[in-house]
Design a protein around this ligand. Structure first.
Ligand code: G4P
Length: 530
């Protein structure tokens, strides 16, 4: 049993793709799934972007705006490995969703457009990965177009991200002459992803690789390779695993170059599911007892059943269909009768899942983001963050008779992580908070479509929200007492301070040194009643 778990864990690679919009994340995802045999035809992920996501009405928003709001997971196999690819929303208004998803991966692929280099969103997402020490594999995409000089690209990664680079492959040509990738350590060539294996080039000279290029380009390519061998850092597995160095691969997701190189890299170097930090101890992936946490809730996956799926990352042991788990927040048991695995187009019942796997657990509101499930142990996983909202609104309801229904609907959506909900201490109407403006649109659309609650939003007089705490609870109590009109409670009953602007926050922070004002809160909380 223990051995089975160890074997299963060793095979697994759970990762996400981070990229600036348009760098090629969707195309690459599609090709990873294609080569992993998860989909039959390229084009399905795109089709999914265009069609399948129309499955529920509220997603009209993303269709109209051509953005992907939904985070989902796709599983595929390649060689001996099982890959779990966690997809993240492309739009930055859903950044909190992306950050939560990054709490559930062990590594990330950073896709860079070869002509554009490091773009703002790449940088931001990279910083989140760095905060969590997530190792990063770099894929320089669109080499079939005019690209920057290869050394220049490597240099930019080093400079802008303060991250060492080790090119593992080198592009053979670029733009119209792009003819494949050259593996520097193996001295072997792959002319495209149609070739399952690389062809060794005998001896250190690269003439056979250069032979793929037009005559005029050959000498420069040979010179470049020599320079690369001399000047570039060799790959160092330890430094990669610690997040200090990124192996770099080149290719074209659209034209099928370099994708196999990348999958093989994840298989060979990508970390298997790592130990997860819980409040009282670290949980090893190979432990026998099942532990897992919820990092995402998705409503309306299927309009026929108004279901709500909790995406759970298994951290240790075996999650088995039919098992009873303990929901640590409430202390109550929960029956995992129909856990599901997700593929590009379908979902199937999951009989067994191991550390690194992500399963969907259908439920009617029992599970919340950040929840920990165990076989009985009282532990809580850390690291599914809650970000202080940047936009605060009061919900205005036309029909006062529906106030109770509105309260329930908001509560549900807050539990899904769509919005955050704050109940002012002075009894005034609830305030909703979001990180990005589009989330407000999603909220409005869903309240209308799912709950027939047409609402409007009023600008609240607050624009800043911080969780407050203090070592000495008497200090906290005093602060709350003297700021009653500016205090509200979140879903967990934790107090927040609402300020009109940053200035008033700084002013209070100066005056009340004992109070901590936090812009990020971990979800890991026990029910106050429990
Ligand atoms: P995203 O998910 O990161 O936003 O990027 P996506 O894959 O949608 O790719 C953005 C555009 O870049 C698409 O073109 C796609 O075809 C193109 N692309 C992706 N990879 C490559 C590549 O390796 N080489 C080249 N030349 N182009 C690439 P589009 O015209 O916006 O969309 P479409 O109409 O072609 O679907």
């Amino acid at each position: 049993m223990a051995e089975d778990i160890a074997k299963a864990v060793a095979r697994r690679r759970t990762f996400a793709i981070i990229a600036h919009p348009d760098a090629g994340k969707t195309t690459l995802t599609e090709k990873l799934l294609l080569f992993g045999g998860a989909i039959q035809l390229a084009g399905e992920v795109k089709a999914k972007k265009d069609k399948i996501q129309t499955r529920s009405d509220w997603m009209k928003i993303e269709r109209e705006r051509g953005i992907s709001v939904v985070t989902s997971v796709m599983t595929f196999e390649y060689g001996d490995n099982v890959f779990n690819l966690l997809d993240t929303p492309g739009h930055e208004d859903f950044a909190d969703d992306t950050y939560r998803t990054l709490s559930a991966v062990d590594s990330a692929v950073m896709v860079i457009d070869a002509a554009r280099g490091i773009e703002p969103r790449t940088l931001k997402l990279f910083e989140v990965c760095r905060m969590r020490d997530i190792p990063i594999v770099t894929f320089v995409n669109k080499m079939d177009r005019d690209a920057r000089d290869t050394f220049e690209i490597l240099d930019e990664i080093e400079q802008k991200l303060a991250l060492d680079t080790a090119p593992i492959t080198w592009p053979i040509g670029q733009g119209k002459t792009f003819a494949g990738t050259y593996h520097l350590a193996e001295n072997a060539v792959r002319r495209g992803d149609d070739e399952k294996e690389r062809t060794p080039v005998h001896g250190p000279d690269s003439n056979r690789a250069a032979g793929l290029l037009p005559d005029n380009d050959r000498p420069a390519f040979i010179e470049e390779l020599e320079l690369a061998r001399e000047a570039c850092r060799p790959f160092d597995l330890e430094a990669f695993r610690q997040g200090h160095l990124t192996p770099v691969y080149f290719g074209s997701a659209l034209r099928n170059y370099g994708v196999r190189d990348l999958i093989e890299a994840l298989g060979a170097y990508g970390p298997s599911p790592r130990a997860q930090e819980a409040d009282s101890r670290k949980v090893e992936a190979t432990e026998e007892k099942m532990t897992s946490f919820v990092f995402k809730i998705q409503a309306n996956m299927d309009p026929n059943h108004r279901d709500r799926i909790a995406f759970v990352r298994v951290c240790s042991g075996t999650l088995q269909r039919g098992m009873k788990a303990k929901l640590v927040r409430t202390g109550k048991p929960i029956s995992l009768s129909a856990p599901q695995f997700f593929f590009a187009r379908s979902r199937i019942t999951a009989d067994e899942a191991y550390a690194g796997d992500v399963v969907g657990i259908p439920n009617h509101g029992t599970l919340r983001i950040g929840d920990t499930l165990t076989e009985g142990e009282e532990i809580l996983f850390r690291g599914v963050p809650n970000f202080a909202p940047e936009i605060l609104r009061r919900v205005r309801l036309g029909d006062a008779m529906k106030a109770k229904k509105l309260k329930e609907a908001l509560q549900q959506m807050a539990e899904e992580g769509v919005v955050q909900l704050f109940q002012p201490e002075d009894g005034s109407p609830a305030i909703v908070g979001v990180v990005g403006a589009l989330q407000i649109d999603v909220l409005k659309e869903r309240l209308n479509v799912e709950y027939t609650l047409p609402v409007d939003f009023e600008v609240a007089r607050f624009s800043v929200c911080r969780w407050i705490d203090a070592d000495d609870k008497a200090d906290l109590h005093r602060f709350i007492e003297s700021h009653r009109g500016d205090i509200a409670r979140d879903l967990d009953d934790d107090p927040v301070f609402l300020a009109q602007h940053e200035f008033s926050l700084n002013y209070e922070a100066e005056r009340w040194k004992a109070i901590r004002f936090a812009a990020v809160k971990d979800y890991q909380v026990r029910d106050k009643a429990a």
